[in-house]
Write a new protein. Structure first.
Length: 133
């Protein structure tokens, strides 16, 4: 029991360095590094003639922390993204099936939103009038 308690205390302390009640913290420039990696990913995708796309899957029990931390950074660099928090609230235990994955209906909703945005951007053909890729 003591070993388990010490392990859990260590884990909580580690997580507290990077997350608090307000969301993800930029401890050790973690968010700056994530932004730099995503910008590089987008640059190389665009050089290859591809549309960069990022999926933000928030952790169970941590609200929309990832979306709030990275969403504005992605938008600043015009990198499209889909975030799970919009359709699958991770603080609701009914969002998940027993193995920890999202319920199938929520996965479908996220996928449908992604395909709708890809369509709007003209990935499957010509963009709709007034829309830019």
């Amino acid at each position: 029991f003591v070993r388990r308690a010490l392990g859990q205390a260590h884990q909580r302390g580690f997580e507290a360095r990077f997350r608090d009640a307000n969301g993800l913290r930029n401890e050790a420039n973690m968010l700056d590094l994530a932004e730099a990696l995503l910008v590089e990913f987008a640059r190389t995708a665009r050089e290859d003639g591809r549309l960069p796309w990022v999926f933000l899957f928030n952790d169970q029990g941590y609200s929309d922390y990832l979306t709030r931390a990275l969403g504005p950074r992605l938008a600043r660099h015009d990198i499209p993204f889909v975030d799970s928090a919009r359709d699958a609230p991770v603080n609701d235990p009914h969002t998940f099936i027993p193995d920890g994955h999202y319920r199938p209906d929520l996965e479908r909703r996220i996928a449908e939103r992604w395909v709708a945005d890809l369509t709007r951007r003209g990935v499957f053909g010509t963009p709709r009038p007034g829309q830019s890729p």
